[in-house]
Design a binder for this molecule. Structure first.
Ligand SMILES: [Mg+2]
Length: 268
């Protein structure tokens, strides 16, 4: 049985507060020995994920910007589809909308409503608004499939959302920002896109997803096993799923314990 593990990063594999995955290391090592595919699925950008993948030695496909894009290592010729990414050993499947289209829409919208996107800010402003070090803010600004923006006027947001939907786009609310994305874009849709592009699995395939937040819901729902990781305050995503497992702790510790438990039960 082939095992594919899809994981969220912030608040799941990475601790919410310190971004550490130290406590998940034993489980990551154990997972690697099983030959399972560990697919990162995050709201972060490709530039942010590539730094972590290099650290982890992860060579699997990965999902960025809340399902906007699916990247596949170029050598994975067994996985179909995608276009070559200039300057990278990757192919990309665009699940959402390209950034240039989102920026064009938002630039026009900025003439009607009071808003500012990442494309209007410099690294220093993004660093300050996100509480990130400057180099990390630079990576977060390398958008390809979604545009975070600030807008303090609820009426403007409502009108903008309506206009976006008419244009095949959508607006979602994140922790610090609103996000302009492609209509129907989600981590779950990107998961399905990857599964459809994989070669047939003669022994069958089992999918596990791990996540902590609303933006993980579609991905958790689409997997055979849904590991719900609690938030640091103990709250959990409300999700009805026949294969639901509640991780016993938040962040990397809960992630590690849940994965180790699954592998011990032979669910891997
Ligand atoms: Mg999260």
């Amino acid at each position: 049985m082939d095992l594919i593990v899809f994981t969220d990063l912030d608040g799941s594999l990475l601790n919410e507060a310190d971004y550490s995955y130290e406590e998940a290391r034993p489980a990551l090592a154990q997972l690697e020995t099983t030959g399972a595919l560990l697919v990162i699925a995050t709201s972060k950008t490709r530039a942010e994920v590539e730094a972590l993948r290099a650290e982890l030695g992860n060579d699997a496909p990965f999902i960025v910007e809340n399902g906007g894009g699916l990247f596949v290592p170029a050598h994975r010729t067994d996985i179909t589809g995608g276009e070559e990414v200039p300057g990278a050993d990757l192919r990309v499947v665009t699940v959402g909308r390209p950034y240039a289209e989102l920026r064009a829409f938002l630039t026009e919208a900025a003439g009607r409503w009071p808003l500012r996107g990442f494309g209007d800010m410099d690294d220093a402003e993004v660093a300050e608004r996100c509480g990130l070090p400057l180099p990390a803010a630079a990576l977060a600004r390398r958008r390809e499939f979604s545009e975070p923006f600030v807008c303090d006027d609820p009426e403007a947001i409502a009108a903008l959302t309506e206009t976006a939907r008419a244009a095949g786009l959508d607006v979602t609310r994140g922790g610090r920002f609103h996000h302009l994305i492609g209509a129907g874009q989600s981590k779950g849709r990107a998961l399905e896109t990857l599964l459809a592009a994989l070669p047939d699995s003669p022994e069958g395939r089992r999918t596990v997803a791990l996540g902590d937040s609303e933006n993980d819901r579609s991905m958790l729902a689409a997997a055979d096993v849904a590991v719900v990781i609690p938030r640091p305050d103990g709250r959990r995503l409300d999700l009805a799923h026949p294969g639901r497992i509640d991780a016993p702790a938040p962040g990397a510790r809960g992630w590690g314990l849940a994965v180790t438990g699954l592998l011990a039960q032979g669910q891997g």
